[in-house]
Design a protein around this ligand. Structure first.
Ligand code: GDP
Ligand code: MG
Length: 301
């Protein structure tokens, strides 16, 4: 399956709601007020977000008029371009020469951090890179065991300590080990418990500082993992993380389980952080690099 097919399969359930409604709207004839109103409502209901929806529809009106478009099919093409442009990410910095690339995964409990760590490890491993996983969620013994199982499946080493130990100490060890062992990519899992929210944010800041002290410039990627099924609450929570540690990319998980794939558009518009990957299932290979044009196409055609 190519990327667009995977997206479509992943978004299959969305199809019943959001995508189907979008499709129906674009099937009609004229570009009248009713069309724009319906489109706006559907985008908002599809979790694109009020602001982003209003903006997209307003731009579509202007651009359709400018290009003298008369049919909804033409408007669909314009909207695909607009969404792709809105979602287009920035170039990620290249891997540092002779040093490990350090990736940190952060986000609330249950968002999919541990699973994404394993999926990323698997991805880099299949490209022939030397990968090291870090059990940075020291809060629960089960979290360490879960990552241990994934590490075995992905066939990569894991750095861990006793449950309850200081996660920044685990990262300190891990980065040093990675440098000594000529590891290419270090992927760090972290805790996501929110009932001690301030402590979590302080803990993440400390992890970030310690990593930077052992290897200046690291972490190179801080990926905020968000469960796509949580809708706009997920975005509000996500903003808190971005304040603690500057996020370089989003990983939107469980896109296979959401009825409204539009969250991808709303998320990026609010957080101003590009989507790097999407999770489309529970298996180790169910992670796709995000391509904005593919996504806009999967959404609208
Ligand atoms: N359907 C689906 N489930 C996912 C995806 N990513 C993670 N999960 C599931 O979400 C649950 C929580 O994931 P976990 O990685 O433990 O979250 P964490 O608490 O952030 O580490 C697990 O049952 C995962 O299998 C995804 O892309 N799709
Ligand atoms: Mg976890």
């Amino acid at each position: 399956m190519n990327l667009v097919e995977r997206f479509k399969a992943g978004l299959a359930r969305s199809k019943e709601g959001f995508l189907r409604r979008l499709d129906l709207i674009f099937r009609g004839g004229e570009l009248d007020d009713e069309f724009y109103d319906d489109l706006e409502e559907t985008l908002i209901l599809g979790d694109v977000g009020v602001e982003a929806s209003l903006k997209l529809v307003e731009q579509l009106r202007l651009e359709s008029r400018r290009r003298k478009a008369r049919e909804r099919g033409q408007a669909r093409e314009i909207l695909i371009e607009q969404i792709a442009e809105l979602l287009a990410g920035v170039e990620e910095p290249v891997k540092p020469v002779g040093e490990p690339l350090v990736i940190l995964l952060i986000g609330v409990n249950g968002s999919g951090k541990t699973t994404t760590a394993a999926k990323l490890a698997h991805r880099y491993r299949s490209e022939g890179r030397e990968v090291l996983l870090v059990a940075g969620d020291t809060f629960r013994a089960a979290a360490i065991e879960q990552l241990q199982i994934w590490a075995e499946r992905a066939n990569v080493p894991l750095i861990k300590q006793q449950p309850g130990s200081d996660p920044s100490a685990v990262f300190f060890d891990a980065i040093n080990a990675a440098r000594a062992r000529q590891i290419d990519v270090v992927i760090g899992d972290t805790a996501g418990r929110l009932h001690t929210r301030t402590n979590l944010m302080e803990e993440l800041k400390k992890i970030n500082r310690v990593i930077g002290r052992v290897q200046p410039g690291a972490p190179h990627r801080v990926l905020l993992v968000i469960d796509a099924t949580t809708g706009h609450n997920g975005i509000v929570q996500a903003a808190r993380f971005n304040e603690a540690v500057p996020v370089t990319g989003l990983v939107l998980t469980k896109l296979d389980g959401t009825a409204r794939g539009g969250i991808v558009v709303g998320m990026q518009d609010i957080l101003k952080v590009p989507v790097s990957y999407v999770g489309v299932g529970e298996k180790i290979e169910d992670l796709l690099p995000f391509d904005s044009l593919d996504f806009a196409n999967a959404l609208l055609s």
